[in-house]
Design a protein around this ligand. Structure first.
Ligand SMILES: C[S@@+](CC[C@H](N)C(=O)[O-])C[C@H]1O[C@@H](n2cnc3c(N)ncnc32)[C@H](O)[C@@H]1O
Length: 409
């Protein structure tokens, strides 16, 4: 009998995404210095190792590293002025590849062209693209995706546009949009009216636009003092880039609120989250908003953890168990940790909460006392690798495209 443990074992430490080119071969600083002489002055040779490194507390050194990595590995010309946020290419690539997984899982079906019925090319929206415009540049150069990148500061808009214009091969794929201006009511042109500052998507997304996803690396901090906490790195970052009243919790809450109004304009809404406590708060906010599916992941970011949060309001595709599956498709299981006198309603809620915490899509039906659960193959894999594996029926081992099942209490 499968047993659903409510306490989950600690999951294994997250790794770089399997498609991240730096997972197996980290940047070779010696090679880069030999190819790009402007990088060589930044090399340092710690006595304990033969491999050179750079001083990651030196802004000029980290910016030059980002510049040569983007050029050498992605064919992208790039620069930001002193003090602007300098992205780490391997870290930022993980978020792009995770979105690639969400899209290719087809859990939320692709947008189709109404005339030809073929899948439309992937189109994304980067909220707060920054002067560095890193996500559109990576998404376009790695995967050929097109983007709208929004921002609200002059310097970010000016430099994001410069970074796009320096790359004629992907210029047609990226539009940089001023999020302070809203679309006029007749839908034709941008008027000079301001978008209310408590919106990030509403008023910025144009009438009739459809996106496969939005993404965001939000201003994480509530004050600039909080932002300066990591003395081990010098990634730059101005007040506007790093700070938002209420911190990331308030910023991502605004995305969630806007996502309710724009639920049909995006397949997936996503954001990066910097603190686990905020992740929990935001998941419950998304549940309250009645999203059909919520997914999370943990990103490797050097010594610090970051999370990816994704949700959708569109109906998930049901991956039904194949007709070739063994005949026995009914199983009983026990729930641990519930009080003996728990009523059917409480049991139903616990089942729903358990599967929701794995990122599954769940819908309970109070009239039939049942829950419909949909797990992607990644979530199924996670559960099978968890402490519950020994108790799951063999049928789950063969689930490759995810699972949908129905639990009756
Ligand atoms: C942490 S930075 C991220 C920059 C870049 N995406 C990256 O990952 O390095 C956050 C960005 O959000 C922008 N921002 C703040 N409020 C915004 C809003 N309401 N709409 C769009 N962008 C906003 C800031 O100006 C800043 O460039």
């Amino acid at each position: 009998m499968p047993r659903v443990n409510r306490k989950r074992r600690r999951s294994p430490a997250p790794e770089m995404h399997r498609n991240n080119r730096y997972k197996e071969s980290p940047p070779d600083f010696s090679l880069l210095a030999s190819l790009y002489p402007s990088f060589s002055p930044y090399l340092i040779f710690p006595s304990s190792s033969d491999r050179p490194t750079i001083d990651f507390t030196d802004f000029s050194a980290t910016r030059e590293l980002t510049r040569v990595l983007l050029l050498h590995d992605h064919g992208v010309n790039w620069w930001v002025p002193d003090g602007q946020l300098c992205p780490t290419v391997p870290n930022r690539s993980n978020y792009i590849h995770w979105i690639g997984d969400l899209l290719s899982s087809n859990l939320i079906p692709a947008i189709r062209d109404s005339d030809s019925n073929s899948e439309k090319p992937v189109h994304g929206f980067d909220i707060g693209t920054g002067a560095n415009c890193i996500y559109p540049l990576l998404g376009a150069s790695l995967l050929g995706w097109s983007f709208v990148g929004s921002d609200v500061t002059e310097v970010a808009l000016e430099w994001a546009r410069k970074n796009v214009e320096s790359n004629p091969h992907i210029l047609h794929l990226i539009e940089v949009r001023d999020a302070r201006k809203s679309e006029s009511l007749d839908g034709d042109e941008f008027a000079s009216t301001s978008v209310p500052s408590d919106h990030v998507l509403v008023g910025v997304v144009k009438e009739g636009e459809r996106f496969d996803f939005c993404m965001c690396n939000p201003p994480f901090f509530e004050s600039i003092e909080d932002a300066g906490l990591n003395p081990k790195t010098a990634c730059g970052g101005t007040w506007e880039e790093m700070v938002c009243p209420g911190g990331e919790q308030a910023f991502v809450s605004r995305i969630i609120e806007d996502s309710v109004s724009l639920k049909h304009s995006f397949r997936w809404f996503t954001s990066m989250v910097g603190r686990k406590v905020n992740l929990k708060f935001l998941i419950s906010k998304i549940r309250e908003a009645r999203a059909t599916v919520v997914k999370t992941t943990e990103f490797v970011q050097g010594q610090t953890s970051r999370w990816g949060l994704a949700w959708s309001f569109l109906p998930p595709k049901r991956n039904l168990i194949s007709p070739n599956a063994p005949i026995k498709t009914n199983f009983s299981f026990m729930l641990e940790g519930l009080p003996r006198k728990a009523g059917a309603f409480q049991v139903l809620k616990s089942v729903e909460t358990f599967f929701f915490s794995t990122g599954a899509s769940c819908k309970s039906d109070m009239t039939s006392f049942s829950v419909n659960v949909t797990l992607s193959d990644e979530q199924t894999g996670k559960m099978l690798n968890d402490g519950t594996k020994r108790n799951w029926p063999d049928i789950l081992d063969s689930a490759v495209d995810g699972l949908s099942f129905h639990i009756t209490v």
